[in-house]
Design a protein around this ligand. Structure first.
Ligand SMILES: [Zn+2]
Length: 125
């Protein structure tokens, strides 16, 4: 298939997933918008031109699967984030549900891959 090498290792980790994404897309911004972001629900707020409905395969980083781990971390190290109000804000956000983040390009995938493998090796040490 059209999948480029380099992403396979990360894909097999289960943290990265290739799945179709669709939404309102501005070609000039190379970015997706939600209807609320648009002028009159149909124009790009930056270019003031119509966006189009686009569907494409995208890599997603399964951030949502890290929620429990993050909450554990905040519990274990209560002093790590100060002031406490910031910490509570972060915990609240995580409890509210993390959304998987869309990786915009292959270079994002590669960068993330090296970041994760780096963390893996330091965690084992
Ligand atoms: Zn635009």
């Amino acid at each position: 298939m059209g999948r480029r090498s380099g992403s396979d290792g990360l894909a097999s980790s289960g943290w990265i997933e290739l799945r179709p994404y669709e939404g309102l897309y501005c070609v000039s911004c190379e970015a997706y918008y939600t209807e609320e972001d648009l002028i009159d629900g149909s124009l790009c707020p930056i270019h003031q031109r119509p966006v189009e409905w686009l569907k494409e395969d995208n890599y997603f980083f399964k951030l949502s699967e890290f929620a429990d781990r993050l909450l554990d971390w905040y519990e274990k190290f209560p002093g790590a984030v100060t002031p406490e109000s910031k910490r509570n804000e972060a915990v609240g956000l995580i409890r509210g549900g993390l959304r998987d983040s869309r990786l915009r390009s292959q270079s994002n995938v590669s960068g993330l891959e090296s970041a994760i493998s780096l963390r893996h090796s330091t965690a084992k040490a």
